[in-house]
Ligand binder design. Structure first.
Ligand SMILES: Cc1ncc(COP(=O)(O)O)c(C=O)c1O
Length: 449
């Protein structure tokens, strides 16, 4: 078998299962989609099958698949300079560093490139500790920050459990939106109560020991949860009071997904742009065409590392191919109005979700900000989730199979499913997706007790 030779879908799946390992799954359980080509919002199988990509793969192909502008940029970079070591200056490194500095808030002008999101967060932990001289790190339970050793400890969701006991110094706190609990009815109440609780945790841990708090600006995999109104500003003020850095993990929420270029911009107030100390990104940075992550730091932190060694390094730091992909992917996202498209389609997606809720008794709740959305399903009128926390159910399994058999790819996780299409999707295509969802929800309706 040689590159270019055709292979049947069954053969592809058999060899992949036999000779490769899979993420977050037992190898025997996986049932991978055989994909040979992708374009725009569509994935294609070996026999002409077609699936709408309603999760942008890993919430990451923000500009859609196969964008010619990014492909051309990668080809041009391959023809000029493929790799140099991190101690070199290259035209593409100069251009992309400056581009990000221009796009980020005025006080953030310095970046450190990595290969993905976990490495961006690993380096942010390191930078925060070196800069503050403090050791402890706060994060929230409804979070995912990466699969490496330290980022697993930042992570709140159950993927952390098998990595325990982890390295010390990581303290996890409740989110303003806990899973099955509420800090109050109104946003103002939730924010006030959650931050009062957080301040007490900070007191118990000793503020002088805490370097940083990491948040997913909008929680992704663990619920697509925009923060309650006032939370970002309140959190910023509380952390500043104790000299604790705020790290916004924009790996999933960044690059247009929420209808703004960066999700923390939802926290902007007139004349007072929201100001994280560190921003981490990946995924949408290149729309996943090439692996690349990035940690961006405030001028104060950057100054520290001009005068002190940054004790971090990666062979592929500032890789020219990743940077060429990032440059073109960001340009395509912005020039083609995809951030605005996500904002424009936000109410359209919400209206589809509301229509599903009105029609289907198994729909418990839904949320979306921009084109970052999720629907929660229930198995009875009392609101019991259609599958338990960290578990599955036959009905949710059948729903996932229905989506796939009917031309749609998305993530079905626990009692919920994701609605995260590429940001180039049109209103008609969004309606097509909800037509499939509408038919699929008959399965979870029928499973209700
Ligand atoms: C919010 C968030 N942070 C970090 C990561 C880790 O990124 P990567 O898988 O590129 O290491 C992810 C991946 O899903 C993520 O969603």
């Amino acid at each position: 078998m040689k590159p270019g030779e055709t292979m049947s879908g069954d053969e592809m799946v058999r060899l992949c299962k036999e000779h490769s390992m899979w993420t977050w799954a037992k190898g025997d359980d996986v049932n991978p989609l055989p994909v040979v080509r992708a374009e725009g919002i569509w994935l294609y199988g070996p026999n002409g099958e077609r699936w709408m990509d309603f999760n942008s793969q890993l919430m990451s192909v923000n500009i859609g698949h196969g964008h010619p502008r990014v492909i051309d940029a990668i080809k041009r970079q391959l023809d000029t300079l493929i790799y140099t070591y991190p101690g070199t200056a290259t035209p593409v490194r100069a251009r992309v560093s400056k581009k990000l500095a221009d796009l980020l808030p005025a006080h953030i002008n310095t970046v450190f490139f990595t290969l993905g999101g976990a490495e961006a967060n690993e380096n942010a932990i390191k930078a925060a500790r070196l800069y503050t001289g403090r050791f402890k790190i706060l994060s929230r339970y409804r979070s995912y920050h990466g699969g490496t050793n330290a980022t697993m400890q930042l992570t709140g969701d159950p993927r952390r459990w098998p990595s325990e006991p982890g390295s010390p110094g990581f303290i996890r706190v409740m989110d303003p939106n806990p899973y099955d609990y509420s800090f109050g009815d109104s946003d103002a109440e939730k924010v006030a109560n959650n931050l009062r609780y957080l301040e007490e945790v900070i007191m118990y841990e000793g503020p002088q020991n805490i370097a940083a708090m990491f948040i997913e600006t909008v929680t992704g995999t663990n619920g697509i949860l925009p923060p309650p109104a006032g939370y970002l500003q309140g959190l910023r003020a509380l952390l500043s009071k104790y000299g604790i850095l705020l790290v916004c993990d924009e790996v999933m929420a960044g690059f247009g997904r929420t209808g703004k270029l960066f999700a923390f911009q939802h926290g902007d107030a007139p004349g007072a742009p929201f100001a994280p100390d560190i921003v981490t990104m990946a995924k949408g940075l290149t729309s996943s065409y090439v692996p690349l992550g990035c940690m961006a730091v405030s001028d104060a932190i950057a100054k520290h590392f001009k005068e002190n060694v940054f004790w971090g390094g990666l062979t592929y730091n500032s890789h020219p191919i990743g940077l060429a992909a990032a440059e073109a992917a960001i340009d395509a996202l912005i020039d083609e109005g995809m951030v605005e498209n996500a904002a424009r389609l936000q109410p359209v997606m919400t209206a589809h979700m509301e229509r599903m809720k009105q029609k289907h008794p198994s729909v418990k709740a839904y949320r979306n900000i921009g084109l970052f959305g999720m629907m929660d399903l229930q198995k009875d009128a009392a609101g019991t989730p259609a599958a338990p926390y960290n578990g599955g159910s036959p009905a949710m399994g059948a729903l996932g199979k229905f989506f796939r058999d009917n031309g749609m790819f998305t993530f079905v996780r626990w009692g919920s499913f994701m609605c995260n299409p590429p940001l180039c999707i049109t209103e008609d295509e969004l309606a097509q997706a909800f037509d499939i969802i509408d038919r699929g929800l008959a399965i979870t309706d029928a499973a209700m007790s």
